[in-house]
Design a protein around this ligand. Structure first.
Ligand code: PHE
Length: 459
């Protein structure tokens, strides 16, 4: 028996196809879908942005996801070790370490934003989300700059994640995903229905689905491209780590397509939840990152003013949904480092998970405190929070994504790639050439363009 087969036998794995899809889609569906996608759509012209986004997911995001699947399933280990195996002693192994580092650094930051969601659930429950637009603005800035509350919520969020991850791949992550993802979908449909029944909702629907091609620009294109990578959780170690729990029967291409479709669908439904309500009360949908925490509570309060009970419920359900989406992504981020520490430090899963929760809570606390609670965390005009967002999302993500494509496209023997792609010849490899062409040329070029664009050097 080869080493790889032994590793496969000893290693944890997902128990079913559905588990694979729901857990990985859970990683992909996150704050990016419900928070970032709608405001990017608002800022970038609506329907046109959505069309370009879907094309980016299909032609670029999915090939990148398949590449990470291949590395992870072949490696049967944490992301760093999986890359190391394929790199065979060459410096290419660095990509895996960078992926783990990116995942690790973003965990704390992501937990802070997830923690805000918890606070908003609480606020909805006790009826604090009522007032005029100024009130909502003040509420959010008070919360984010508070020295204690957001830190506590961050710890709570990481604590919940710990309890899930600690239970292992099948009993923790897979089980939780099978419960959380359908719940999330159901909540989404309920809120979409409530939002689309409001007067004037049609305007919001038209904004989302009637393309105005005069809005196309380099910015719209690169924005959609960047969003598609972020939304699919690419280049953070998550996809690669989860793929190491896939079985030899998992069809990588089909799974990537299914996950891409679920992720895009949730993003578009999130738009359908937000824009009809926003248009119905005449609020501009291009209000940027504050859309979710400032604009939206106000929109819900106004839109359902005549039936406050419905307004109350919609707001509560919305933040529950946001928290569930954040939690499933946080689980995958947490797992990247948990698997890494467990396997590289030879410690138990429990210890590894605890180490990750505690260390990322410290990072999260610093990030949170840098938003106004404590002076001195502003470096070169950016808060620590913004630095984490910038370095992980805009620097590491494109670099790791770019290198992964080059690695698979140009370095790893095509025989290995083909074997994984076709499950050792048992699946049809019709799209293999298209896939290789994409990861060799198209994806690296596209990622390079996003990178230069984000640094202000292009578009
Ligand atoms: N894809 C997640 C989202 O849409 C974000 C994320 C990125 C999660 C990377 C994990 C890893 O919110």
């Amino acid at each position: 028996m080869s080493n790889n087969e032994m590793a496969r036998l000893e290693r944890a794995s997902f128990g079913s196809k559905l588990g694979v899809i729901l857990a990985t889609a859970g990683s992909a569906v996150g704050l990016g879908n419900v928070w970032r996608f709608p405001y990017m759509t608002g800022e970038n012209g609506g329907a046109v942005f959505i069309i370009i986004y879907v094309v980016c997911v299909l032609l670029l995001g999915i090939p990148c996801m398949i590449s990470e699947f291949i590395v992870g399933r072949h490696g049967q280990a944490n992301t760093a070790r999986s890359f190391r195996k394929l790199a065979g002693g060459t410096p290419w192994a660095v990509i895996g370490y960078m992926g783990v580092l990116t995942g690790f650094l973003i965990t704390g930051y992501y937990a802070v934003v997830s923690g805000w969601c918890l606070q908003y659930i609480w606020a909805s429950l006790v009826g604090h989300l009522q007032g005029d637009p100024e009130y909502f603005k003040a509420y959010f800035s008070e919360l984010s700059s508070d020295p204690v509350k957001p830190v506590l919520w961050t710890i709570v969020m990481l604590g919940i994640t710990y309890l899930i991850v600690e239970h292992g791949v099948r009993n923790g992550i897979e089980r939780a995903s099978k419960l959380l993802m359908p719940t999330l979908f159901l909540l989404l449909l309920v809120i979409v229905a409530a939002s689309c029944m409001l007067p004037n909702a049609g305007k919001g629907i038209a904004f989302l689905f009637k393309p105005d091609f005069s809005k196309i620009s380099g910015n719209v294109f690169l924005g959609a491209l960047g969003q598609s990578f972020y939304s699919l959780s690419i280049a953070m170690g998550c996809i690669c780590t989860y793929a190491s729990y896939f079985s030899r029967q998992t069809n990588l291409t089909k799974s990537a397509v299914q996950i891409g479709i679920i992720d895009s669908l949730v993003a578009i439904l999130a738009g359908l939840m937000i824009f009809p309500a926003a248009f119905s009360v005449g609020v501009n949908p291009d209000s940027g990152p504050s859309l979710i925490f400032i604009t939206l509570p106000n929109v819900f309060a106004q839109a359902f003013a005549s039936v406050p009970v419905v307004g109350y419920m919609v707001s509560l359900l919305f933040f529950v949904l946001l928290t569930l989406a954040a939690l499933t992504s946080l689980m995958s981020l947490h797992e990247v480092s948990t698997a890494f520490f467990q396997e590289e430090l030879f410690i138990t899963r429990k210890k590894a998970a605890l180490l990750v929760s505690v260390s990322t809570a410290v990072i999260g606390a610093f990030c949170s405190l840098s938003l106004g609670a404590v002076d001195g965390f502003v470096i070169f005009g950016r808060s620590l929070f913004d630095w984490f967002d910038f370095i992980t999302g805009q620097v590491f993500l494109p670099i790791v994504g770019f290198l992964t494509c080059i690695f698979i496209g140009w370095y790893v023997p095509h025989k290995i790639v083909h074997d994984e792609f076709t499950n050792w010849g048992t699946l049809n490899g019709r799209f293999f050439h298209f896939y290789i062409f994409s990861v060799k040329y198209v994806c690296p070029l596209a990622i390079l363009m996003i990178f230069l664009h984000q640094l202000g050097l292009l578009g």
